[in-house]
Design a protein. Structure first.
Length: 283
């Protein structure tokens, strides 16, 4: 086992993530400016796309990391309601068919939809559906948007480890996405249910939604299910639904009937970009 993979098993994930959570919200200018400069330079972050293009104008590092895009920074979304939109900036980790409830992670690695969602019944509609896994790097825009029109049915906070979701870890750690702490967001759309799963990662395991605010932390010790059907939270395609306070991975699960475009692993994608369509819809 390579040293960087071995470290994933021995590091105190939650302890380190709690430290980073506090450190990225420290408003002391020398500290937050140092962190921001490091990320901008190391990852060649394009600040011209941000609503506030001056990286040092942000209150703290996390405000910079979750920065809003300026108007027109992304192409207008396809207006066809049957078109599946990309929920985030990042790279395609994997995509394709869910085969008898099993989802491909990387060469030699897979996990089940039931493991990912923490619920056998919730996974049933996706048994032979489709999935898209998108990895967000530190240089990316970290707000996650709606791939389709949908009404929120509920959320499930699934406890777990907080392994890195970088490509080296995804290739080496079995069932990684089904083992990491995550927030499952279940929606009902025109053509059935769909799911956006916000997967946490080491140092970056913090997720906030537009309907409830901060959801992770606190970290979970048991599965926490919340029924949201009586709240009537309806979100339109391309609308913001959540954000990663630091980066991670979002996984879409779709029922049978959606056809994905030809998406290659490591392909760069942008929020609002077409990923596929409902099979009965015209192209």
């Amino acid at each position: 086992m390579k040293a960087n993979v071995l470290l994933q098993y021995v590091l105190p994930h939650r302890f380190l993530s709690r430290i980073v959570y506090q450190a990225t919200r420290w408003e002391w200018a020398p500290w937050k400016n140092f962190l921001i400069r490091e990320i901008v330079q190391r990852y060649d972050v394009d600040m011209s796309q941000a609503a506030q293009p001056d990286p040092l104008a942000y209150q703290h590092f996390n405000a910079f990391f979750t920065r809003k895009l300026k108007a027109g920074a992304r192409s207008p979304a396809d207006t066809n309601p049957n078109t599946l939109l990309c929920p985030a900036d990042g790279r395609i980790s994997q995509s394709g068919r869910i085969r008898d409830g099993r989802i491909f992670q990387a060469k030699g690695q897979e996990f089940t939809a039931a493991e990912l969602l923490g619920d056998e019944a919730a996974a049933a509609p996706f048994r032979n559906g489709s999935f898209v896994t998108i990895y967000l790097s530190p240089r990316d825009y970290h707000r996650v948007h709606m791939p389709l029109d949908g009404e929120l049915e509920g959320t499930t906070h699934v406890p777990g480890r907080i392994f890195s979701v970088a490509p080296f870890a995804v290739e080496a750690i079995p069932r990684l996405f089904a083992r990491n702490e995550r927030l499952v967001c279940r929606f009902r759309g025109e053509h059935g249910p769909f799911v956006s799963v916000m997967v946490g990662a080491i140092l970056v395991s913090s997720v906030a939604t537009v309907w409830d605010g901060l959801a992770i932390p606190p970290y979970a010790s048991d599965i926490r299910r919340v029924d949201c059907r009586d709240r009537h939270v309806t979100l339109e395609r391309f609308a913001e639904m959540a954000r990663f306070n630091m980066g991670s991975t979002v996984i879409l699960l779709l029922p049978e009937g959606y056809v994905l475009d030809d998406l290659a692993p490591q392909q760069q994608v942008l929020v609002g970009q077409r990923l596929g369509r409902w099979s009965d819809a015209t192209t």
